[in-house]
Design a protein. Structure first.
Length: 686
């Protein structure tokens, strides 16, 4: 790391187990002191604590962090991740941890060890946050993941490329794809940016068609806060009309059917013709049928800027494909799975079924054109991932925000979406989310950020996890495969920093199937086996025991790679007691002892999946040492505030106590004891 005159402003000014001890401070070598500059440059923010001499290293890494500063930085980052950490735009992954949190932990480890040349590893690399932050700091870093998609994305994220070359190649790609935009053009020259469809069902009793609008109000006419006009859909005939949004009842002007307000959140549907009531899927029929009811048209505002205007369909609108036949490359069947069954159960059988023909052709042709570009491999790969990013917008999965007039991706809230009112995006439109232009803009910003923040030449070194390397070279080394077998030599890692799979909250492999399908159209994939994934999955008949065993095996291998004084630090949250018990048992079985705990705010409360108390907003950060090192109960270096934080602390202490008693399976019982001592009830963890 380069030297500068800054200090580690986020390092804790107190020793563990006591208050601030100004007399104990001393200056650290200059080689430690670039951390605050790096950390605060991530967020574009200023220090809340004045620069002061750095204290003696605390017994734990986590004790060397000013958590209030980190939480402020996390909140800023999570409010606009594309702005503060643009590298996340390179590829989609789920449950990424904040860069500001992981960066602070890395810098704290440098202080705690007195070593500015750390060797790090992340056995569950996923979104690559740890690897990116380590690479920014010119450290030796080893990242491994079971799947090709995240490793390909990570390698692309850190690879250097010239901005001028990228800009030229991107413009050439867009020019070559312009003819495909004709699929959405009217004869009068107007162009559609979006086409909206309702699923047409059939009553299982009277056999009449039922138009499965989720709500009578399909959409407000505009995003204006005072907009009074809305579009309403009739479940009886499928007619859509515009009227003022006020009023309890809606009468269809075409068939005169009167619609009363629907009950939200119910899985039951009542036929508007015969009043038969059944679960909604009973009305679907065998093959999906759709009716186009609304479109968005590209228009120019008074300043000459393009925007999308919502309107009813008109004669001459290019609403449907010329043929329903998809390109042969898209005839790849969906395989059974906990997530993919959601698609198969509603009538989708191949990956091509999720897209219109014109969408599928656009993505395939774009990948073909990218592969033909005479540019550097890193530039080509960045454009390819931007193209594959468009695959998140399948015409028959994306849903519509009727109040804010925006499209949600087909993978939203960590699941494959399903709705009966869908939106097809013109992937070459100049407006709208998920379009190629928008993806390229994000990719360019990520490249600009990479070139500014990562000054190391070259990209990542890819190795085989089955073949042991002699030494860990400087820079980033990556491997694909289960971390039960890692390519690292014995005793080489100072800090293993990771966030293991969050039990069954996310089916990473099944969601990644969509990206693996499209990535395979661009480049050959390494083999992988979803059965090795450390995630419970009822279709694979793998439960909590499998999760525990898989995590334990990966962490046991990680322990082999640690130096004698090395640390394992992981972040975790989950609302299920079973998840915590499995994690604690895995740590114990792998030969680790919990030495320190911290609770930190790590999520954006405004995220859709987190609203209304659905998800946890805090992480428990768990610092571990090898169990052959002496020590007592874990020190709580930052307890946080509120019910959720107190429960997380109690859970961390319960995991440690259960392991110390050699009964890790009793963590849930001990957790209840801790709650009772604090006069708490388990509200967030049950």
């Amino acid at each position: 790391m380069e030297n500068d005159e800054s200090s580690l402003s986020f390092m804790n000014m107190s020793r563990l187990g006591g208050g601030t001890d100004k007399q104990s401070r001393r200056q650290v070598p200059q080689s430690y002191t670039t951390a605050s500059t790096i950390f605060y440059s991530i967020m574009g923010t200023t220090m809340t604590h004045a620069p002061q001499p750095v204290p003696l290293p605390a017994p734990s890494t986590l004790g060397n962090i000013v958590w209030e500063d980190v939480e402020a930085a996390v909140a800023r980052e999570q409010s606009n991740r594309e702005k503060y950490t643009p590298s996340i735009s390179v590829f989609r992954w789920w449950a990424r941890r904040p860069h500001s949190l992981m960066g602070a932990i890395i810098d704290a480890a440098a202080l705690a060890t007195g070593n500015s040349d750390l060797c790090l590893s992340d056995p569950f690399s996923g979104g690559g946050t740890v690897a990116v932050e380590a690479t920014r700091r010119h450290l030796r870093m080893y990242a491994q993941d079971l799947y090709p998609w995240p490793i390909t994305g990570l390698m692309t994220s850190v690879a250097p490329a010239e901005l001028d070359e990228f800009d030229t190649a991107a413009q050439l790609l867009l020019e070559r794809l312009k003819p495909l935009n004709s699929h959405y053009e009217r004869e009068d020259g107007r162009t559609l940016s979006h086409v909206m469809r309702v699923r047409v069902g059939c009553c299982p009793t009277c056999t009449k068609d039922v138009y499965l609008f989720p709500e009578h109000l399909i959409s407000k006419a505009s995003r204006h806060p005072n907009e009074q006009l809305g579009f309403y859909g009739c479940q009886g005939c499928g007619h859509v009309h515009a009227q003022k949004t006020k009023g309890a009842k809606v009468t269809c002007p075409a068939c005169k059917l009167i619609h009363k307000p629907q009950t939200r959140g119910t899985t039951l549907k009542r036929c508007v013709h015969c009043k038969h009531e059944a679960i909604t899927t009973a009305f679907y029929g065998r093959a999906p049928r759709w009716k186009e009811v609304l479109v968005q048209e590209v228009a120019l505002n008074q300043h000459g800027r393009a925007h999308a205007k919502l309107r009813l369909t008109e004669d001459g609108d290019p609403l449907t494909d010329l043929t329903t036949a998809q390109p042969t490359a898209l005839h790849v069947p969906l395989q059974a799975g906990q997530e993919t069954n959601r698609l198969m159960n509603v009538g989708f059988h191949t990956w091509g079924d999720l897209y219109t023909r014109r969408q599928g052709e656009t993505i395939l042709e774009a990948l073909k054109q990218v592969a033909a570009l005479e540019v550097s491999p890193s530039c080509r790969d960045r454009l390819a991932l931007a193209v594959i990013g468009m695959a998140e917008m399948p015409a028959y999965l994306c849903r519509w925000d009727r109040f804010h007039q925006k499209v949600f991706e087909g993978i939203a809230n960590h699941h494959f979406a399903h709705t009966t009112f869908v939106v097809e995006t013109n992937l070459l439109s100049p407006v709208g989310r998920g379009t190629l232009g928008r993806r390229i803009k994000g990719a360019r910003k990520a490249l600009e950020w990479r070139n500014e923040k990562m000054t190391m030449p070259g990209g990542a070194l890819k190795v085989k996890s089955q073949e042991r390397i002699a030494t860990l070279p400087r820079g980033l080394t990556v491997a694909i495969g289960s971390s039960e077998q890692q390519a690292l030599p014995d005793g080489c890692i100072d800090l293993a920093l990771t966030d293991p799979p969050y039990f069954d909250d996310v089916q990473y492999g099944e969601l990644a199937r969509l990206f693996h399908f499209w990535l395979a159209q661009y480049t050959p994939l390494s083999a992988y086996d979803e059965h090795q994934e450390a995630v419970p999955n009822r279709v694979r008949q793998q439960g909590a025991d499998h999760y525990q065993d898989a995590i334990m095996a990966c962490l046991k291998e990680t322990r082999r790679t640690l130096k004698p004084g090395g640390r394992l630090i992981l972040t975790f949250h989950n609302r299920k007691l079973a998840a915590w018990t499995a994690l604690g048992s895995a740590l114990h079985g792998a030969g680790f002892r919990i030495s320190a705990l911290a609770v930190t705010h790590a999520e954006n409360s405004a995220d859709h999946s987190k609203r209304g108390g659905k998800g946890m907003l805090h992480d428990l950060v768990i610092e571990c040492v090898r169990d052959d090192q002496p020590g007592g109960p874990p020190t709580v270096v930052h307890a946080g505030e509120g019910q959720e934080a107190r429960e997380l602390v109690a859970m961390g202490q319960a995991l440690a106590e259960a392991a110390a008693a050699d009964e890790p399976g009793q963590a849930a019982t001990i957790f209840q004891v801790h709650l009772k001592k604090q006069d708490l009830k388990g509200e967030r963890i049950t």
